[in-house]
Design a protein around this ligand. Structure first.
Ligand code: E4P
Length: 218
């Protein structure tokens, strides 16, 4: 499973990259705003800065909601850097724009996906990635993991190439469970990746090894 980090924070991206397990980055307009990035020039420069840190795909989301606007913005984003993947919302114009980009050889991530039907449309339009929002479904007492399992089944039935990018990951067990059910990619905060490191028996075992070594070598 590929590991993406879901943030626009350059320090978090560097930390995940330094760990050596990062395959890419996803951003969205809220995450960019959280880092105080505003204005076209600054936004484009920030995407470039992310591409320079990470060795992998970087999703950059369009703001336009109409087909022509998405095409214009998406082409501009894709021209920024070869690692950019154009992120498009799951709407009627978004599906049309996805198909357009597919035909142009521009990679896409169809976002805000909450149903199997939406995921099917994204695959039909040739999306590189589809982003079902696991955490936001869990937030409203709906089984987000079940959605990912169902998308996996449908994509496997027809051998679609679209990669399932489990998004809106909130914690480490989301990551583990997505791996069990065959999500191609997960995107979550740094904490969801670092959480995978933790086990008390690892800490206890290491402390014992070091204590025994110190005793024998004193
Ligand atoms: C997906 O690419 C989104 O950026 C993201 O995963 C949304 O996560 P949230 O529901 O925690 O905001």
């Amino acid at each position: 499973m590929k590991f993406f980090i879901d943030t626009a924070n350059l320090n978090d991206i560097k930390e995940a990259q330094d760990l050596g397990v990062l395959d890419g980055v996803t951003t969205n307009p809220s995450l960019m705003a959280k880092e105080g990035i505003s204005g076209k020039e600054n936004i484009l420069n920030h995407y470039k800065a992310i591409c320079e840190i990470v060795d992998g795909d970087v999703s950059a989301e369009v703001i336009a909601t109409d087909f022509d606007g998405m095409v214009k913005e998406g082409e501009e984003l894709a021209a920024l850097h070869e690692q950019i993947v154009v992120k498009i919302p799951m709407t009627k114009d978004g599906v049309k724009a996805c198909k357009y980009f597919t035909e142009k050889g521009i990679r896409t991530n169809v976002t805000l996906v909450f149903s199997v039907g939406q995921a099917l449309l994204a695959a039909k339009a040739g999306a590189t990635y589809v982003s079902p929002f696991l955490g936001r479904l869990d937030d409203i007492s709906t089984d987000g993991l079940n959605l990912i399992e169902e998308i996996r089944l449908v994509y496997d039935n027809y051998l679609y190439d679209t990669q399932i990018l489990a998004a809106s990951i909130r914690h480490t067990m989301h990551v583990v469970n997505c791996a069990k059910i065959g999500a191609d990619v997960m995107t979550g905060p740094l904490s969801s990746i670092l959480g995978l490191l933790k086990h008390p028996l690892t800490d206890i075992g290491l402390a014992q090894f070091l204590a025994d070594h110190a005793k024998a070598n004193s």
